[in-house]
Design a binder for this molecule. Structure first.
Ligand SMILES: NC(=O)c1ccc[n+]([C@@H]2O[C@H](COP(=O)([O-])OP(=O)(O)OC[C@H]3O[C@@H](n4cnc5c(N)ncnc54)[C@H](O)[C@@H]3O)[C@@H](O)[C@H]2O)c1
Length: 348
């Protein structure tokens, strides 16, 4: 019988709650410990989910036999926490963004490569069933040549007293926070991105960082895309991805997903919408199978680095106010022999 992987979690804040629930639906993995610098928060989570609690990640490593960890702390802490566990041969699933800049993200990826353990960046939308089905439909060719990709993640969130608007901790504003999801999704559907441009909207919360942005992207394969991100407005859209091809349109929605070929009057519904718990459980399942050598990671270390690089390029574009080319984030790192996006070009 295969042994259930023992997971620790660092951070017991907002997103950690979703992981703790998702672990309850996983056969391959079990949450055995949680660490937080707020020991009372770690204790409360441990009591609720039947695991050990610790006041630091070091104490958790010393006190528990772990196979893997999930890093659920603010972005500026990721580099130290990831490298600590990777150097001790513990597999790491790190919440997005992998880090707040490319140099530190490279340090994380090269440590994983040197030690030979699995590293992935959490980006939950890739694990949503409708997203994976949409990819399969796009790849089948029934929508013709893909010409335009649109994504929007907008909702009003008061960020005045959260770390998300402190650039020392978050690395920036809504562009790095929600934008990391967007860039990962865009790369999943379109492959590598060639160039970006960014326009910023008004700051209605008076934050020190951008609250609303529109990002323009062109992929290497010549597809154009746009992304709307905001903490200050809600576009009240039913869908978060719309892809337009020469023979049809596909829409991935919060409550349902559908496509229409231009030869038909009818929309075909292919999915029931966004299910957060399913996405988190599927993310843990893919990571666990990759650790056991039973599956490819859906989001590889190269994908994670590429996301950080596109976000860094987007900030450069915003500062300079012009289209900016995306470079090659991992040119000087020897990565294992793996395709950068295993599912690009394949039906899923
Ligand atoms: N996938 C998603 O949809 C999603 C949503 C929200 C947040 N996130 C990401 O998850 C991460 C955490 O965000 P959050 O909203 O849960 O933050 P949060 O502030 O709610 O929780 C973070 C927790 O980490 C703890 N912490 C901070 N530094 C620590 C350290 N060195 N060691 C141990 N614990 C430490 C804090 O005390 C806090 O309890 C971020 O990277 C964020 O971008 C992802």
């Amino acid at each position: 019988m295969t042994h259930t992987l023992a997971f620790g979690m660092v951070g017991s804040g907002r997103i950690a709650q979703s992981y703790a629930q998702a672990f309850e639906d996983c056969e391959a993995a079990k949450l055995v410990a949680v660490a937080d610098i707020r020991p009372e928060a770690a204790r409360a989570m441990a009591e609720g989910f039947g695991c050990q609690s610790y006041a630091s990640h070091e104490a958790m490593f010393e006190g528990t036999q772990l196979d893997a960890v999930v890093i659920c702390t603010p972005p500026a802490t990721h580099v130290d926490l990831c490298t600590y566990f990777l150097q001790r041969e513990i597999h790491v699933l790190c919440e997005k963004p992998l880090s707040i800049d490319l140099d530190s993200a490279r340090r994380i990826a090269s440590t994983a490569e040197e030690v030979g353990v699995c590293l992935t960046m959490a980006s939950k939308f890739r694990y949503v069933e409708d997203v994976r089905r949409a990819k399969s439909i796009v790849m089948s060719g029934i929508l013709g040549d893909i010409i335009l990709f649109e994504n929007a993640f907008t909702s009003r969130v008061d960020m005045t007293s959260r770390w998300n608007s402190d650039p020392q901790i978050s690395g920036g504003g809504v562009l790095i926070d929600n934008g990391t999801h967007s860039v990962d999704l865009m790369r999943y559907f379109l492959g590598p991105l060639a160039e970006v441009n960014v326009v910023e909207g008004k700051r209605s919360q008076g934050l020190a960082v951008e609250e609303t942005v529109r990002i323009f992207v062109r992929s290497i394969s010549g597809i154009m895309g746009s992304i709307d991100l905001s903490w200050s407005i809600n576009k009240e859209l039913d869908s978060y991805i719309n892809i337009y091809g020469s023979h049809g349109t596909i829409s991935v929605g919060w409550m349902e997903s559908k496509y229409r070929q231009s030869s038909s009057r009818d929309w075909v519904i292919f999915g029931k919408g966004y299910n957060k718990l399913q996405a988190f459980a599927s993310q843990i399942d893919n990571f666990s199978k990759a650790i056991r050598g039973e599956a490819m990671l859906l989001i590889t270390a190269e994908d994670a680095l590429a996301s950080v690089e596109v976000i860094e390029t987007a900030y450069a574009a915003l500062r300079q106010n012009h289209w900016t080319a995306v470079g090659c984030a991992f040119a000087d790192i020897q990565m294992p022999d793996r395709p950068s996006s295993p599912l690009i070009g394949q039906a899923v």
